[in-house]
Design a binder for this molecule. Sequence first.
Ligand code: AVI
Length: 326
Amino acid sequence: MPTTRSVPAAISLGAQNFAAAAQAARADLAAGLRQNPARIAPKYFYDELGSKLFEAICLLDEYYLTRAEAALFAAHGPAIAQAAGQGVTLIDLGAGNCAKAASLFPVLRPEQYVPVDISAEFLRNAVAKLQSAHPDVPMLPLGLDFAETLKLPPAVRLKNRLFFYPGSSLGNFTPLQAAQFLTRIRAEAGPDGAILIGIDLVKDEAILQAAYDDALGVTAAFNLNVLRHANRLLGSDFSGADWRHIAPFNAAQHRIEMHLEARRDVVVTWPGGTRAFAAGERIHTENSYKYTRRAFTELLESCGFTAITGWSDPVGTFLVCHARAI
Ligand code: AVI
C-alpha cells in the first residue's frame, strides 16, 4: 500500500500586505507609463486570463520552445539524472502547474520537491494532484516572488539542491539581470547544489517572429491583455482596440521584443496621471533574449557554475544545461 501524504498548505513568503503590494504595483505601472518609451513589465502579463493565454501559446504550432524542451527532457532524462545524482532537493522556480518537473520525477526521483511560484493558491491545486500521484515524495510549495528574493526557509533541505528553471524564462531578463539572478541561485544552492536550466537558442529570424506573432493571434491577445490587467491594477482607461501587437527581432541584442503600438492618437488616464501617445508610439512589454550555446555556457561560467553539461537537438533549437554550483 503506498503511503499517503497530506499536502502542506503553500507557505507564502512574499508580500503579506496586499494593500502595500497593490500600491507598489500602481506606482510601478504609473512610473513605466511615464517613461519614454513607455514600459509595462512582463510580470503583469500573468493575471488569470494571461496565465491561460500563456498555456495556449505553449500549444501553438509556431511556439516551438515548449515542445523542443520537452523532447530534450524525454530524450536525455537518464543522462540528466546521472548528472544530477541521487537524492536531489528539486527546487522548481516558476512551477505553475508543475508539469515540467513532474515529467522528470521518474528519472530524478527527488528526495524533496519545492515548487516556487508567485501564486501560492495556484500552486496548492497543482501540488495536491501531484502529491496524490507521488505519495512518497515530500512536497513543500512556496508562494514567493523569486525574482525579488531567493531566501528559502529552513524546511527546504540544503542537501543536493537542484534549482530547476526551464522554459527559457531566463531569457526575459536582460543579460545583466540574468547574471545577477544566476549568481543568487548559486549562492542559495549550497556546497553540493546545481542548476538545471532550459534556454532558447538564436535561430532564423522568421521562425522567431512566427513564435511571437502567431497566425491565430494568441500572442497578440496575451500582449494586449496586459492593458486589461493594468486597467484593473492602476484604474487606467486603456482600450485594447487602440493598440496593435508587434514583435520585432532585435538582431543586435539577440532578442525578440514585444510592444504595443498605438493605432491612432490616444490619451490614457488613471487616478493621478495621464499620458498622451501619438499614433505609432509604443509601449515596450517584453524582451525575450536568445543565446548561442557558447554565450550561454560562458554566462553560466561567469556566474561561477562548473561541470556544465548541455543537451540540444541536431539543429540547435533549444538548450538544456546542468551545471554545478561549485
Ligand atoms: C515565459 N517566457 C519564457 C515566454 C517567452 O518566450 O519569452 C513568454 C512569452 N512571450 C510571448 N510568448 C511567450
